[in-house]
Design a binder for this molecule. Structure first.
Ligand SMILES: [Zn+2]
Ligand SMILES: [Zn+2]
Length: 106
């Protein structure tokens, strides 16, 4: 059984509307989650607020697309085993790697 329920223009995490005019339309992204209920999947959107992640070093919320993971620094893992950190928490060495990784990309 793998039923998917399309909940339309709602956030699959907080169930707030992400329809135009809702205030959550701009940064919404298509998303689906397993509801944990009879293996039912919910198909809809995730709003920007629900995409905010915590920095593993300072605990501050990191906005969508601003989190930095080890592979973005060309590392197998951060020395302190953090999974994602904010830009402020990068060490100088990590920051250098991160910046040069993006330069190579262009
Ligand atoms: Zn949400
Ligand atoms: Zn941080």
């Amino acid at each position: 059984m793998n039923d998917t329920v399309n909940i339309g223009e709602y956030c699959v995490h907080c169930f707030h509307s992400v329809a135009p005019g809702s205030g959550r339309f701009v940064n919404r992204i298509p998303a689906d989650v397993c509801s944990g209920l009879n293996y039912l999947r919910l198909d809809g959107y995730a709003c920007a607020e629900c995409m905010i992640l915590d920095c593993d070093r300072c605990g501050k919320g990191i906005a969508l697309d601003e989190d930095i993971t080890p592979d973005m620094c060309n590392l197998d893992g951060f020395a302190d085993h953090a999974d994602r950190v904010c830009e402020d928490c990068l060490t100088n060495e990590e920051k250098e790697r991160w910046e040069s990784f993006y330069e190579e990309d262009e």
